[in-house]
Design a protein around this ligand. Sequence first.
Ligand code: ATP
Ligand code: SF4
Ligand code: MG
Length: 385
Amino acid sequence: MSTEANVAASEIALHPAADDPEALLAVNGLKKHFAIRQGLLIRREVGAVKAVDGVSFSLRAGETMGLVGESGCGKSTTGRVVTKLLDPTAGAIIFEGKDISGYSRAEMLPLRSEIQVIFQDPYSSLNPRHTIGTIVGAPFRIQKTVKEKGIKAEVQTLMERVGLNPEHYNRYPHEFSGGQRQRIGIARAIALRPKLIVCDEPVSALDVSIQAQVVNLLEDLQNEFNIAYIFVAHDLSVVRHISDRVAVMYLGQMMEFTDRDTLYSKPLHPYTHALMSAVPVPDPAKETRRDRILLVGDLPSPSNPPPGCVFHTRCPKFRERLSDSERERCQTESPALELKAPGHFAQCHFPEVRADIANAQDAGIGAGAVESVVSPGGVSTDLPR
Ligand SMILES: Nc1ncnc2c1ncn2[C@@H]1O[C@H](COP(=O)(O)OP(=O)(O)OP(=O)(O)O)[C@@H](O)[C@H]1O
Ligand code: SF4
Ligand SMILES: [Mg+2]
C-alpha cells in the first residue's frame, strides 16, 4: 500500500468540492499522468500526458453525477482511476470513508462487489467465447457469494430484471443486439448489488430509440438498489435527464461542478456556455435566433497544457470581452475551482451567468453531441489504451 493510502481519510485536507460528510465517494485532487517515453533500447521518460490533472468532487449514495466534456478531456480516465482499474498519480479516492487510492489489487478485491463499471461498447467488454450465463455469473464465482448450484437461478433472475429472456442463458454475446448486450453488461454490473457504478458512455453506441430504454433501466435500478452513478457522456441532453449534479471537464481539469438545475439555468463558465450553445434547440424559431458560441482552435495537448487558465487559448470571453490586464491574468494565473455561489463551483477568474444561453436551452434540449476535436497523436506511452 502506498504511503498516501496510509494517511487516514479523515486527515486529508479536502477541497470544498470533495468535502461532504455524507459522501459515498469523495475524489480529492485526483491526477493521472501517463508517462511519454522515447528511445529504442533505453526508453527514457520525456514527458507526461496529463489526462486527469487535479479533479475534485463528491457523490452521495443513490446520486448521479454526469461527467461531460470534449473527447480526450479525461472523462474515461477519471472513471478508470476512481474504480481503480488504473492507479492514480496523485490525490485521494475516499470510498465510504476510506482512502482506496493506494489499495493493491488484492485489497480492492472485496470492494469489487461495491464498485462496478459499465462500458460504452458492450461487445468488446463481453468475452465472445463465454455464454451469457458464464458472463453474468462470473461475479458470483469470483466473490464466492453464491454456491455453484444456485448461480443459474440468480443469473436468470438478473436477466429477467434487466429485460432479457432468462431462457437465453446459454447464448453467446454475438447472438444479441447492441441494446441487449448493454443489458448483459448492466446485469453483470449489478449482480453483487454495488453502491457505485461508473457508466462510461453506456448509451453512446446505441440507436437513439434504444438509448432511452437503457437510460430508463439504469434509473429504475438506481431507485431500486440506491446505486450511485458517475455517468460519462458527450450528450448534454442525456446528462440533463439523468444527473443530479454535473461536472464539466476540460483538458483533465474541472471547469464547473454543480447541481443539474443550476448548471442548466445559471451556467457560469465560458466553456460550459460554449457546450450548451452547441446543443440544438427543437423550437425552429428559437434555433435560428439564438447565438452559437464557437470554440475556435484545436484542443491543446494534455502533455503540454497552456499556462494560466488551461482554457484561455480557446475561451471566447478571453478573446472578445476582456481587457488587456484581465487577459494577462488568464494567461498567467491558474484559476482555482472555487465556490462561486452555494453549491456551485467554477474554475474561472471572470465567471458570469449567461441567461441568454440558459433561456434558449429551456425551450427544450434536443440530442446534441459535443464535437470531438484533435487529440494528441504520435506519443508513445507506458500503458496500453
Ligand atoms: N493509456 C494511455 N496512455 C497515454 N495516454 C492516454 C491513455 N489513456 C488515455 N490517454 C490520453 O489521456 C487523455 C484523456 O483520455 P480519455 O480517454 O480519458 O478521454 P475521454 O474524455 O474519455 O475522451 P472520449 O470522449 O473520446 O472517450 C487523452 O489525451 C488520451 O489520449
Ligand atoms: S479564466 Fe479567463 S480564459 Fe479562463 S475561462 Fe475564465 S475568462 Fe476564460
Ligand atoms: Mg472516454
